[in-house]
Design a protein around this ligand. Sequence first.
Ligand SMILES: C=CC1=C(C)c2cc3[nH]c(cc4nc(cc5[nH]c(cc1n2)c(C)c5CCC(=O)O)C(CCC(=O)O)=C4C)c(C)c3C=C
Ligand SMILES: [Fe+2]
Ligand SMILES: [Fe+2]
Length: 364
Amino acid sequence: MTYAHDHHTSNRQPSFQGNRIGVLLFNLGGPETLDDVYPFLLNLFSDPEIFRVPRLLQPLIARIVARRRAPTSRSYYAQIGGGSPLRKITSDQASSLERILNAGESGKEYKVVVAMRYAPPRIEEALVALDGFKPDHLVFLPLYPQRSKTTTRSSFMEALEAISKGFPKLADLPRTVIPAYPVESNYIAALSGTIAEKIRDVPEDEPATILFSAHGIPEFMVTKEGDPYQKDTESTCQAAEAYLRREFPHRKLVFSLAYQSRVGPLKWLGPETKATIVSLAEKGTKNLILVPVSFVSDHQETLYEMDILYRDLASTLPLKRFLRAPALNTRQDFISGLQTLVTSALSGEKTSCQDCSCRCGGCP
Ligand SMILES: C=CC1=C(C)c2cc3[nH]c(cc4nc(cc5[nH]c(cc1n2)c(C)c5CCC(=O)O)C(CCC(=O)O)=C4C)c(C)c3C=C
Ligand SMILES: [Fe+2]
Ligand SMILES: [Fe+2]
């Protein structure tokens, strides 16, 4: 497979020896119940990083669009048990990470708190919890492995603003920011591990087609605004492909990348996952392994779109096997990868970006 961009940049952050470290773990959030769908959508469409409309009209347009989207969105969540499991999974990720961070280094105490962008626990709640811990250093750790203005920048901007407005003690602390980890070796090993499990479910003498599926974003954000998301997503897939080719040197593996979850009338990044599943099947693919990339947890995009919508579609196609790689969730190798990211960032080793505007602290 070829990818449009090839990159990876890094620079050094100052090393740090503090004792009480507060880690902010960022994610988007999701509605926990069907009643939470509208407020979630309202928050999402009120975010100028995600939804571009004239500033003064945004509150009004956000309400209209959220109201219009809510029934569709609710029907998806209704089919996965009436809500998103994202809050529970993210909270479990945070406690596992906190546990292994605290077990790892003597003399340091860590507190990991979740800050969701569009659903509770929102940033203020997270900062109140961190303030109470009285940290002497802050770490920003997104659960978005790939940078995007729609995710990384949006979460970081909100956090920086909330800190500077209402948390003077936190504002004065030194801060270590991990902007993303698209090709970080532990993350790639963990992601590849989820795929390897499914490759092993395909008989050794049969080829397996691995279809990475990432959440899309509107194409203009990449082509006109230089959003690094597509580049980072391709880098992740490329690194996982290389890992798996090393792991399975004698298997016939085919790799593709597509984008899912489009909403609204704009052109989004392509090719689209649904169309790609159809065209792969039409071209003779027998064993298809769908891989959530850009999502580190199960939620609507994996449990509804992949496991219901695309699985139903696959049942109408001449495929022999339609498999879905598990999300990383609280897999031990993923969480210990996050631990390494945090500890190496604190010791000054970590990558940071030089070519985006996510406000990560590393970008110009
Ligand atoms: C890397 C992850 C994500 C990117 C990039 C992203 C961009 C993006 N999303 C929308 C619109 C919607 N997203 C919705 C839900 C949702 N999106 C992500 C992740 C990314 N979004 C998550 C984790 C969730 C929550 C899933 C859950 O289980 O709750 C929704 C609501 C669901 C639906 O109606 O489909 C919308 C709408 C845009 C417009 C966008 C970039 C511009
Ligand atoms: Fe989304
Ligand atoms: Fe950046």
